[in-house]
Design a protein around this ligand. Structure first.
Ligand code: FE2
Ligand code: FE2
Length: 181
């Protein structure tokens, strides 16, 4: 790749980032509000976990004749998990790799599984007989991941860091969430 095309790409990326940050600031602030309001980074991520779990509960109550609602709820879950994934993958998981590398790798692999599950559900007709069982299995995998993070791995990471390091991590996490919102 030439230097010129590289710098054009860099400029396009920087412009895209600037536009992404500037265009809907009120919406971004609103979407990041539950995490910003939390006392620490675990509380912020836990609030986001609950939003996803509530959306899954509603999704699993849908019938095959309510395709529109299924697609809407799946879009809500996909959006929330994508933003959440960016926050964790760009801040918490890198910190985790330094102290719990096996767990960090496992959680990262789970996030790849989330993308594959969303992709599979989007490709499948929402009135297909397999759609709801697939969504239910996905929901259980997300629940398991959430429990691991909240009950074991994240508290151990927080305890391994200083108060100042935890404050920095929370600030970084909120900035990532604001960008991704
Ligand atoms: Fe996660
Ligand atoms: Fe999480």
């Amino acid at each position: 790749m030439t230097t010129r095309s590289t710098s054009t790409l860099a400029l396009a990326a920087a412009t895209g980032l600037a536009l992404g940050l500037l265009l809907p600031p009120a919406r971004k602030a609103l979407m990041q509000a539950p995490s910003l309001a939390a006392q620490d980074w675990i509380a912020g991520l836990t609030a986001e976990h609950r939003i996803v779990q509530h959306a899954f509960q509603a999704l699993l109550l849908t019938d095959s004749d309510d395709v529109r609602r299924r697609k809407l709820l799946l879009a809500k879950i996909a959006y929330a998990l994508t933003k959440h994934g960016v926050e964790e993958e760009n801040t918490i998981y890198p910190a985790l790799f330094a102290v719990q590398p096996t767990e960090a790798k496992r959680l990262s692999d789970d996030h790849v599984g989330v993308k594959r599950a969303i992709y599979a559900l989007r490709r499948m007709p929402a009135d297909d007989a397999d759609w709801l069982p697939t969504a239910e299995a996905f929901s259980h995998e997300v629940d398991h991941h959430i429990h691991e993070e909240e009950d074991e791995i994240f508290p151990r990471l927080r305890d391994a860091l200083t108060a100042e390091e935890n404050r920095k991590l929370a600030a970084m996490l909120n900035w990532e969430g604001f960008k991704a919102a």
